[in-house]
Design a protein around this ligand. Structure first.
Ligand SMILES: Cc1cc2nc3c(=O)[nH]c(=O)nc-3n(C[C@H](O)[C@H](O)[C@H](O)COP(=O)(O)O)c2cc1C
Length: 469
């Protein structure tokens, strides 16, 4: 392979409007001839996806699509989000078509970013409305663009005996940069990536990480001639690009594995981040109201905590600021005072202890009391099993409290768990007039954090893991 210094990019003009069943290789060869062009070994033909889709009949009439509940829900969401902004709103039928072509919805805004069945992450699952035809019609991406590229390459080889490369291209927008560019979505004859690792730079330094997306570069070069509107050049001939012919290539090699994708949230990193970032927040909160609906959402997530025999014994009592809360804290503190006096603690010690949490309990925008509903516990005929059942009830409350704290963290809220209600169960029950079976277990303060709390140290792994052979 020699490195040429000149690359030619030639639009194949006058390609007619493509219909279902048309033979793209014949049409391209006819027009190469009609345009008085020559096909040589090593040439590259870049073909716009739209004509492949049309020839395959991958065209849909939106009037014949029935939007599902999901599509209607997304439509409503986008409509509300873009209210008042001058943005096009997709009709539910189009949203349905996009969902049908996707395996995963990544982001929904005025455009939908999805992962297509092929694994491409792009806007609207690659569905086009422009240059498709008259009426309410859309074009879908071909199901297997590599296969289509291969078919055309082999047909051209058979008809001309020339070894060429075929790239099927589309234009994709990019994260972090405005403007769409040509990208390859299917390929035959050339390696998608040009691995430069091991080569040297101008200063003889070895390249350690350089891998060039050569088929995207070629698609992008062809895009300069194809345009996006009414240029009518859906196929481009590239001459003079040096490459080695490679068989059995696939666009898949250019798709980044999700695990190596720094920008797609991977489960492990996400969970680690939420788990590590959660802190018991005991500092003053912002004077910002916490919406009850937000707390409900956190509770909704917390319900997925494990509980013994799926008993879900947890009950959440949300206390807003006000007289009831103040009265409750006063009564609990009276009880604490009595307890500590009985322990012969000094007045100073008692007041210090009370004041340690009093402000947090009174000033937290919301205070959540977690109760164990004993009516959901199983009954046993002996005391030991009944005690164990009670314990597993308490353990289950701990799991939901943990989930609740994590869900607060995920919403940018903060809070801390306090065991105070355990020490004044009778008082809490009385002030709040709780049902007889509700056992008060914990308080969780909730609010928006003002400062960064310190991170308490964790024990070393060796101190907490023991292996037994
Ligand atoms: C069962 C339980 C009871 C707790 N009770 C209190 C409490 O009464 N007062 C308090 O200040 N913190 C309380 N905490 C919070 C702990 O102090 C906190 O979780 C611990 O210091 C570790 O800090 P971190 O949560 O930021 O990692 C409690 C935590 C748990 C799990």
């Amino acid at each position: 392979m020699h490195n040429s210094k000149k690359i030619e990019i030639i639009g194949i003009e006058n390609i007619p409007l493509i219909k279902e069943g048309d033979d793209i290789s014949n049409i391209i060869l006819d027009n190469i001839e009609r345009n008085e062009l020559r096909l040589d070994n090593g040439d590259i033909i870049v073909i716009a996806q739209i004509i492949i889709s049309k020839s395959l009949g991958d065209i849909r009439d939106l009037n014949l699509i029935n939007p599902s509940k999901d599509a209607l829900r997304i439509y409503q969401k986008i409509k509300e989000k873009t209210e008042g902004e001058d943005l096009p709103i997709k009709e539910p039928e189009l949203i349905q078509a996009i969902l049908d072509e996707s395996k995963k919805l990544i982001k929904s805004s005025h455009i939908l970013i999805t992962e297509t069945k092929h694994g491409f992450i792009c806007a609207n699952a690659g569905i086009d409305k422009s240059n498709v035809g008259e009426g309410n019609v859309i074009s879908l991406l071909p199901a297997d663009p590599d296969k289509e590229a291969d078919k055309i390459r082999k047909a051209i080889k058979q008809k001309t005996n020339k070894d060429i490369t075929v790239i099927i291209s589309d234009s994709f927008g990019r994260p972090f940069r405005v403007g769409s560019v040509g990208v390859a979505i299917g390929v035959s004859g050339i390696a998608p990536l040009l691995d430069k690792r091991g080569a040297t730079d101008l200063f003889k330094k070895e390249l350690k990480t350089t891998i060039i997306g050569q088929i995207d570069n070629l698609a992008s070069a062809a895009q300069l001639l194809m345009g996006e509107s009414d240029e009518g050049i859906p196929a481009v001939l590239i001459k003079g690009y040096s490459y080695n012919t490679v068989e059995n290539v696939s666009i898949n090699s250019i798709l980044r594995e999700p695990i190596k994708d720094l920008f797609r949230s991977n489960k492990e990193d996400l969970i680690k981040e939420v788990l590590k970032n959660r802190r018991s927040y005991k500092l003053p909160f912002q004077e910002r109201i916490v919406n009850i609906e937000t707390i409900k959402k956190c509770i909704k997530i917390s319900r997925w905590a494990p509980s013994a025999h799926n008993g879900q014994f947890w009950r959440y009592i949300i206390l807003k600021r006000g007289e009831v809360r103040k009265n409750l804290i006063d009564k609990m503190n009276d009880k604490m005072r009595e307890d500590l006096q009985r322990d012969n603690r000094s007045q100073q010690f008692i007041e210090k202890n009370i004041n340690k949490t009093r402000e947090s309990f009174l000033k937290a925008p919301l205070l959540v009391l977690l109760c164990l509903d004993k009516s959901d516990l199983q009954e046993y005929s002996d005391a030991e099993r009944s005690r164990n059942e009670y314990l597993l009830g308490i353990q289950s409350i701990s799991t939901c409290a943990t989930y609740f704290l994590l869900s607060l963290e995920s919403k940018g809220l903060a809070g801390s768990w306090y065991c105070a209600p355990l020490f004044a169960r009778k008082e809490v029950r009385e002030v709040l007039n709780l049902p007889r079976d509700f056992d008060p277990i914990a308080f969780i303060t909730v609010g928006y954090p003002k400062k960064e709390p310190k991170t308490p140290k964790r024990k070393k792994l060796d101190d907490i893991i023991f292996k037994i052979e």
